[in-house]
Design a protein around this ligand. Structure first.
Ligand SMILES: Nc1ncnc2c1ncn2[C@@H]1O[C@H](COP(=O)(O)OP(=O)(O)O)[C@@H](O)[C@H]1O
Ligand SMILES: [Mg+2]
Length: 463
C-alpha cells in the first residue's frame, strides 16, 4: 500500500474533505490546511512529498503558499489546483515552483496519475541527491572533529580556504589530518564537482616524479611507450594535493613554480606549452622554513605555496580532541562492523586520552577500529585496546622488573624510537630515517639487528 504523504491546502472545507477521502482510499497519508500559516505548520509537523494547493485561498494566493512550502522542503512536488485552465495561471504556477496543475472539478483518475509521476521524479531526485551527498558528506565539516581551540581555528581557516582559490600549505606530523583537510577544502569549494587528485611525492621513484606530475610524450624516456597524462592535466577543473612537497627535487621545484605563476607547464620530452586550471594544495610534515634556510627548498616556491597556512598540531598537544574523536570513530566503525557498541569505559577512555600518539589521529583511529572489532560487549573496555596503548607505559622509563644494564636500556630506548618513527611515517623508511636523524642505510641495519619488521601502522599490536 502507498504510504506517501500528501498535504492538501484548500480553504473550502467540502473540497478538502472530498480530496482527502479520495486520497486516503488510495492509501496516502493525508494532512490538510486551510491557509498559509497552517500549511507551513503542517509541513513542519509531517514533511509531505506532495502538496495540493488551491490557487485561490481567501485573500491569500496559492502561489505564495507554494513558495513558502518549497522553502521548508525543497524536495516537495507542489501541484496547483485551479478553477479554470488558463495559460497564465499555468505559467505562474510553474514559475512559483509547482510540478504540475489540475483543473476543478478534479478528475481523480487524472490527479492520481499526476501524483504518481511526481512521486517517481521525487524518488529519482532523492536518489541522485543522496549519491552526491555521500561523497560530499564524507568530507563535510560534520566529519571533521574539532573541539580544541587550536582545531577550531583550523576549522575557520578551512572555510576561508574553501571560499578562495589561493594556494594552501598544510603542515603537521604524519596522521594529524593533512589529507582530510585538503579533501574537505576541495569538497567545500567551487571545484567540488571537479576531480580531487593527490600525489604522495616520496612514494614515487625520483625518476618518475616529473612524468607523474606533468605527463610525458611518447618515448620521452626509456619505458615511456605511450604518451602519459600527468596529474596536473588530469586534475583540470579540480584540486591537486602535493603531499610531502618537501621531497620535491629542486629541478621540479622550478617547474612547479612556473606552473603556480603562469598556470603553464610542458610534458616531459616536449616544449609545447600546456595550461591547466588546477588549484594546488601542498602538505608537508617537514619544517619547510628550515629546508629553505638550508637550501633544500626554494624560497620563492615556499612563499608561493604559503598563501594560506594551515598548521595541524600533534594530537598530544590537543588532548581535548581525543574524546570527541573517539566518539566519532566509534560510531564510524560500529556502523561498518554492524555492531551495537555504544560507548567506552572510563578506564579505556582514560588510557586513550593519556597516550602520546606518535602516529597522531591515524593511530587513535586504528586503536578505536581495532577495539570495535574486538569488542564483545556494548561498550569498549580497556582490554579491547591495542597492547601498544596498555603496555607502552611499562616499556617506558622506570624499566620495571629486574635491574637492567645501561646497554640494555639504551637498546630498548633505541628500539622504541625506531618503532615510533616507522609507525609515524607509515612504514616509509626514508621518512623514518629523516625523523631519527640517521641515514636510511643505518636504519635498515638497526631494523635488521633488532629484528624489527617494518609493519604497516594498521597492524595494531607492537612487534
Ligand atoms: N579532525 C579530524 N576529524 C576526523 N577525522 C580525522 C581528523 N584528523 C584526522 N582524521 C582521520 O585520521 C586519519 C589520518 O588523517 P590523514 O588526513 O590521512 O593524515 P595525514 O595526511 O596528516 O597523514 C584519517 O582517517 C582521517 O580521516
Ligand atoms: Mg597524508
Amino acid at each position: 500500500m502507498n504510504k506517501s504523504i500528501v498535504l492538501i491546502v484548500e480553504d473550502d472545507p467540502l473540497q478538502r474533505r472530498l480530496i482527502r477521502g479520495n486520497l486516503e482510499s488510495e492509501g496516502f497519508v493525508v494532512t490538510d490546511a486551510a491557509d498559509q500559516a497552517s500549511a507551513v505548520a503542517e509541513m513542519r509537523r509531517l514533511p509531505a512529498e506532495i502538496a495540493l494547493v488551491d490557487y485561490k485561498l481567501g485573500r491569500e494566493t496559492g502561489l505564495d503558499v507554494i513558495r513558502l512550502l518549497l522553502k521548508e522542503n525543497p524536495a516537495l512536488a507542489p501541484i496547483m489546483i485551479t478553477a479554470f485552465a488558463s495559460v497564465e495561471t499555468a505559467v505562474e504556477a510553474i514559475k512559483a515552483g509547482a510540478y504540475d496543475y489540475i483543473v476543478k472539478p478534479i478528475d481523480f483518475k487524472k490527479l492520481l496519475l499526476i501524483i504518481d509521476r511526481a512521486l517517481e521524479r521525487h524518488r529519482l531526485r532523492a536518489e541522485v541527491q543522496s549519491l552526491r551527498e555521500t561523497l560530499v558528506d564524507k568530507f563535510s565539516a560534520r566529519n571533521f572533529v574539532s573541539a580544541s581551540p587550536a582545531m577550531e581555528a583550523v576549522s575557520r581557516l578551512m572555510s576561508k580556504a574553501s571560499q578562495s582559490d589561493a594556494n594552501v600549505l598544510i603542515t603537521g606530523e604524519t596522521g594529524t589530518g593533512k589529507d582530510l583537510v585538503a579533501r574537505s577544502i576541495h569538497f567545500a569549494s567551487r571545484r567540488a564537482k571537479g576531480p580531487f587528485l593527490a600525489v604522495n611525492i616520496p612514494s614515487l621513484p625520483e625518476s618518475l616524479i616529473e612524468s607523474e606530475l606533468f605527463g610525458a610524450e611518447k618515448g620521452a624516456f626509456t619505458g615511456a611507450g605511450e604518451r602519459k597524462t600527468g596529474k596536473f592535466e588530469a586534475a583540470g577543473g579540480g584540486t591537486l594535493l602535493l603531499d610531502e612537497i618537501g621531497d620535491l627535487p629542486l629541478h621540479l621545484q622550478v617547474k612547479l613554480l612556473r606552473f603556480l605563476q603562469d598556470r603553464e607547464f610542458s610534458r616531459l620530452g616536449s616544449t609545447a606549452v600546456l595550461r591547466a586550471d588546477v588549484r594546488v594544495l601542498a602538505a608537508t610534515n617537514r619544517d619547510l622554513e628550515k629546508a629553505v634556510s638550508e637550501g633544500a627548498f626554494r624560497a620563492d616556491l615556499f612563499y608561493r605555496l604559503d598563501v594560506i597556512r594551515i598548521a595541524l598540531p600533534p594530537l598530544r598537544e590537543r588532548r581535548e580532541d581525543i574524546p570527541p574523536l573517539v566518539d566519532h570513530f566509534l560510531r564510524k566503525y560500529a556502523l561498518r562492523e554492524k555492531k551495537a557498541v555504544h560507548g567506552i569505559s572510563e578506564e579505556a577512555l582514560d588510557m586513550l586520552v593519556r597516550h602520546p600518539y606518535p602516529g597522531n589521529v591515524r593511530e587513535l583511529e586504528n586503536a578505536v577500529e581495532r577495539a570495535v572489532v574486538f569488542c564483545e560487549n556494548d561498550m569498549i573496555l580497556s582490554e579491547d585496546l591495542p597492547r601498544s596503548l596498555t603496555v607502552r607505559s611499562e616499556a617506558d622509563s622506570p624499566f620495571p622488573g629486574k635491574a637492567v644494564s645501561l646497554e640494555e636500556k639504551v637498546k630498548r630506548l633505541e628500539i622504541r624510537e625506531i618503532r615510533e618513527a616507522l609507525e609515524a611515517s607509515g612504514g616509509v623508511k626514508s621518512a623514518a630515517a629523516r625523523k631519527l636523524g640517521i641515514t636510511e642505510r643505518m636504519l635498515s641495519y638497526k631494523v635488521k639487528i633488532y629484528g624489527l619488521k617494518p609493519k604497516s601502522p594498521e597492524a595494531g599490536n607492537p612487534v
